[in-house]
Design a protein around this ligand. Structure first.
Ligand SMILES: [Zn+2]
Length: 398
């Protein structure tokens, strides 16, 4: 069984926009209320309120006058908000980081989930969701064939609306191709050059992206100079959000093209394991954006590898992939600024990114068995709904 998320822009009319906003507000309200209740229950009686206990609160909340507005929205969306909180808690306990946060209405991306069937009409160009009397106009840039599971409606900081529909596709993934070193490639991902391939090919970041990032930096500085709570600050925030959206879209287009090209060219792709711990900690904008891009690249390539029967081999993060000469010498003192280094042992001149790409491939094929920590064939499980990590981070940047 394979799942795929399809994201489309929707164009709700005034009335539908209001109802969407109501859903977003109510789901946020329920999420925050339940989070507060969970925290308090734990503080006062060391009790952990379960998802079911929280769900039981909903009917009484709807009866109370103060919170009767919850009646106006789809009950299952409210339950989904509670379920999301529950999974945020589970993630926190499992991964020991990121205690669930209260949702703010100032977050750049606001959304709610629809658990019941969403219906699409490709001819009419409309999506139908419960509680909404008429279909919502939708731009379907691609079609799908399968059963709709859940969908999420979101609103961006610039007031655009999207629906992301998770579909159980009618066809299964193709079988994985045989792992053959001749049809494999090692890839080193970086900031300056987006990707260096073991065959010497380089994939550069798109130029317009660089300019857009420069502009983003300028706007961010501008925003930081505006007085808190002022109209000018709000205006600057919107301009920045617009620009951020532009950067995100450009980058995503680029990543779609790159990943598609890679999975249709190679049968096996060797990559480094991502260290999630190092990511997102960086406050340097270029570095932060590069981390986001690399995160998304990995998400997209794994997904597409499944669709095309391509193998992904991951090597451990502790391999000194840019520091180890092909003679086996490890140059410990290599500085980040050093793009080329000469091996003191064999005299070879190593171009750092290319060396890394080649080493990643060798490690993945266990050629350097004695130095390899953890090389594993990455088994791709069922796909999760795509979470746009860039959007998530957006709220930190704005
Ligand atoms: Zn050497």
């Amino acid at each position: 069984m394979r799942y795929k998320a399809y994201k489309y822009r929707i164009y709700p009319n005034k009335e539908q926009q209001e109802l969407i906003n109501k859903h977003i507000g109510c789901c946020r309200y329920v999420y925050n209320l339940c989070l507060e209740k969970k925290i308090n229950a734990y503080k006062t009686s060391k009790k952990n309120l379960s998802m079911f206990e929280l769900e039981k609160l909903l009917p009484s909340l709807k009866k109370e006058q103060e919170t009767s507005f919850l009646k106006e929205v789809n009950a299952q969306s409210l339950q989904a908000a509670i379920r999301n909180l529950d999974s945020a808690y589970k993630r926190f306990f499992k991964e020991k980081k990121g205690f669930p946060k209260f949702k703010s209405k100032r977050n750049a991306r606001q959304s709610f989930q629809i658990v019941q069937s969403t219906n699409v009409d490709f001819d009419e160009k409309k999506v139908y969701i419960p509680k909404f009397k008429k279909g919502i106009k939708c731009r379907f840039h691609r079609f799908f064939d399968g059963k709709i599971k859940t969908s999420t409606i979101s609103r961006t900081a610039t007031g655009k609306y999207y629906i992301s529909i998770l579909v159980e596709l009618n066809d299964d993934n193709p079988e994985k191709k045989p792992i053959d070193e001749n049809k494999a490639v090692g890839i080193d991902l970086g900031i300056k050059t987006f990707a260096t391939l073991s065959n010497g090919e380089e994939i550069q970041n798109p130029k317009n992206l660089k300019n857009a990032i420069a502009k983003l930096k300028r706007l961010q500085r501008k925003l930081s100079k505006k007085a808190k709570g002022s109209n000018n600050r709000e205006k600057a925030r919107r301009v920045l959000a617009c620009q951020y959206e532009r950067v995100t879209n450009r980058r995503n287009d680029f990543l779609e093209k790159v990943t598609h090209q890679l999975v249709t060219t190679y049968d096996t792709i060797c990559l480094e394991t991502l260290s999630a711990r190092n990511m997102m900690k960086n406050h340097h904008l270029a570095q932060a954006l590069s981390d986001i891009a690399i995160g998304r690249f990995n998400e997209r390539i794994e997904q597409k590898a499944d669709w095309y029967g391509v193998n992904i081999l991951r090597i451990g993060i502790f391999e000194p992939s840019s520091k180890m000469c092909s003679c086996g010498y490890v140059y410990r003192d290599l500085k980040l600024s050093q793009r080329i280094w000469a091996c003191p042992n064999c005299g070879r001149r190593n171009q750092r990114d290319l060396l890394a790409a080649n080493n990643i491939k060798s490690f993945a094929f266990n050629k350097r068995h004695n130095t390899v920590g953890t090389t594993e064939i990455h088994a791709c499980g069922d796909m999760k709904p795509v979470r746009d990590s860039a959007q998530e981070t957006h709220k930190h940047l704005v």
